[in-house]
Design a protein around this ligand. Sequence first.
Ligand SMILES: Nc1ncnc2c1ncn2[C@@H]1O[C@H](COP(=O)(O)OP(=O)(O)O)[C@@H](O)[C@H]1O
Ligand SMILES: O=c1ccn([C@@H]2O[C@H](COP(=O)(O)OP(=O)(O)O)[C@@H](O)[C@H]2O)c(=O)[nH]1
Length: 242
Amino acid sequence: MPASSKTQPRYKRVLLKLSGEALMGEHEFGIDPKVLDRMALEIGALIGIGVQVGLVIGGGNLFRGAALNAAGMDRVTGDHMGMLATVMNGLAMRDALERSNIRTRVMSAIPMSGIVEHYDRRRAVRDLKDGDVVIFCAGTGNPFFTTDSAACLRGIEIEADAVLKATKVDGVYSADPMTDPSAVKYDRLTYDEVLDKKLGVMDLTAICLARDHGMPLRVFNMTAPGVLTRIVTGEPEGTLVE
Ligand SMILES: Nc1ncnc2c1ncn2[C@@H]1O[C@H](COP(=O)(O)OP(=O)(O)O)[C@@H](O)[C@H]1O
Ligand SMILES: O=c1ccn([C@@H]2O[C@H](COP(=O)(O)OP(=O)(O)O)[C@@H](O)[C@H]2O)c(=O)[nH]1
């Protein structure tokens, strides 16, 4: 997508976190190719204005360790399945990006020779500098973590300017807006406010990691067209936690 010559990004490098559920679109499970294509268009617009994009994708549209565990499966096995689900989502996202002529690399925290590259921070930074999208899969590579924690971890490692968390709601609210219609949206919060008020939009490990390393987080809804470009050019969107 051609970028306006007036479009001046305030972020040079971002780590975008897409939840697995965001890939489902209207479906109840799996991946909606139309959603992938729309996201590829949004990400392509960022690349077009010179923003470097790292991507962490969740797996909740396929498997979550905690849910499998609740159904009787061993938790670590369930988490391994969840991490493998993020690799499948990463492959699907790469396919959509490459069909949009956006060069893309997929790196996995768990070695998977012949399918994706193994995660290598220095290589990832080189690829980002070359203008490739780098998709970080398999979360942190460890059970009992989430892909939100993986997003903060990778964001800190690659020295992103911000972690952008795309989700179903349009920011952080005083309570879960999916269940409490009286919840009020915040424009800005500190990490400690999120922790003290127990605002459940991201897990505590992820928030603590971001706080300890001063990584700004922006929580926003990905369904509005042009939202990523608005965020990187500094327009108010969603909730900023810093
Ligand atoms: N205080 C809150 N503000 C915003 N969203 C919240 C809050 N508490 C809980 N949530 C929930 O957190 C979800 C965002 O997390 P996300 O990781 O995208 O979903 P999931 O955990 O289902 O994969 C939202 O869809 C929302 O329902
Ligand atoms: O570092 C990680 C990241 C993810 N997971 C597993 O992968 C699943 C999918 O990730 P997540 O729930 O974070 O996906 P999202 O909610 O973003 O779709 C999780 O439920 C965990 O079972 C894990 O074990 N370690």
